[in-house]
Design a protein around this ligand. Structure first.
Ligand SMILES: C[S@@+](CC[C@H](N)C(=O)[O-])C[C@H]1O[C@@H](n2cnc3c(N)ncnc32)[C@H](O)[C@@H]1O
Length: 295
């Protein structure tokens, strides 16, 4: 018997629905549609609710078409980046949303299956989540960035304690042979970083490269103010972050919006996964949810 692999287990599902304070007849935008887990739960919560799903990964968009058929006119999918939310909403004539959800980062499916993202296989060292826009590949950064730049990337975005040693080893190795594959880079890191628990030694460096290649923090920065502007009165923005820098960005942004009297932070401020959820879905270990309600 064959089983269909799970695309992605949505994190903090109940907490997300609560934070969105869903209303009958409401229109909600899920800017990180992924496997559609959160969108599905929103649609299933009330037959009068509509969802617009956005994702920049064409594979996620294509796969979501089955769900579009299933929900018979209540789900619309758009292929694009939330960094360009203003243009996307204008183009599709979407205004005054009742809620917006952003579940940042990558899906479990992408980590396992998208070429160049994972240290588990041996695929070209790429890491671009979307090929719709030009960005440097991870291989380009690893092979050509100067050592200071590499140290900054691994330390700031990966909080990698062995940054100095890893960068020294990369610089020596690339003099002889450029890095071409994920396995190539992961095995070099494995000779330096100690394998602790379930975390692969290359996890932090790979995360750092993915964040930089995809301009993940810049995208969030562009997205947040547009999201608030696109909400109807009492509409809510819910963000789930997986990295301390993302979470700080969201937290500081909400505070600045509160100071500007644009609305208020939804209590209790920070929501994290309980032990039970972490036990069944390791991906939510670092998930941090914050919600804001527009005035
Ligand atoms: C953690 S997954 C979301 C999973 C989803 N909530 C679910 O339940 O299946 C993050 C998704 O956001 C997408 N994504 C990341 N950055 C994006 C961006 N700038 N614009 C649009 N989608 C983005 C990724 O392609 C990925 O599918």
């Amino acid at each position: 018997m064959t089983t269909t692999p799970v695309y992605h287990i949505p994190v903090l599902l109940k907490e997300t629905l609560d934070a969105l304070a869903l209303k009958s007849g409401g229109v909600y935008l899920d800017v990180t549609f992924g496997g559609g887990g959160h969108s599905r739960a929103i649609l299933e919560s009330d037959p009068t609710i509509q969802v617009i799903g956005l994702d920049w990964d064409k594979a996620a968009y294509d796969r979501g078409q089955e769900m579009v058929d299933e929900f018979d006119g209540r789900l619309q999918l758009i292929w694009g980046s939330f960094a360009h939310l203003y243009k996307i909403l204008k183009k599709h004539n979407i205004q005054k949303l009742d809620g917006i959800l952003a579940d940042f980062g990558t899906s479990q499916f992408q980590i396992k299956n998208k070429e160049g993202l994972s240290f588990l296989g041996d695929t070209p060292l790429d890491m671009r989540l979307s090929n719709s826009h030009y960005v440097s590949t991870a291989a380009h950064i690893v092979n050509y960035a100067n050592p200071d730049e590499l140290r900054h990337i691994f330390w700031t975005y990966g909080e990698e304690p062995y940054t100095k040693q890893i960068v020294a080893a990369i610089v020596e190795r690339r003099k002889i042979k450029r890095f071409l594959t994920t396995g190539d880079l992961a095995s070099l890191i494995s000779t330096i970083v100690f394998h602790k628990g379930k975390t692969h030694p290359a996890t932090r460096v790979f995360q750092a490269l993915r964040i930089v290649v995809n301009k993940e923090l810049e995208n969030i920065q562009s997205f947040l103010p547009v999201a608030i502007k696109s909400l109807a009165p009492k509409g809510r923005l819910v963000c789930i972050s997986f990295h301390s820098l993302e979470d700080r960005m969201v937290k500081d942004f909400y505070k600045s919006m509160e100071m500007a009297r644009e609305g208020s932070i939804v209590a209790p401020g920070l929501v994290v996964a309980g032990e039970e959820e972490v036990a069944v879905n390791a991906a939510c270990r670092s998930a941090k949810l914050r919600a804001f309600e527009k005035k």
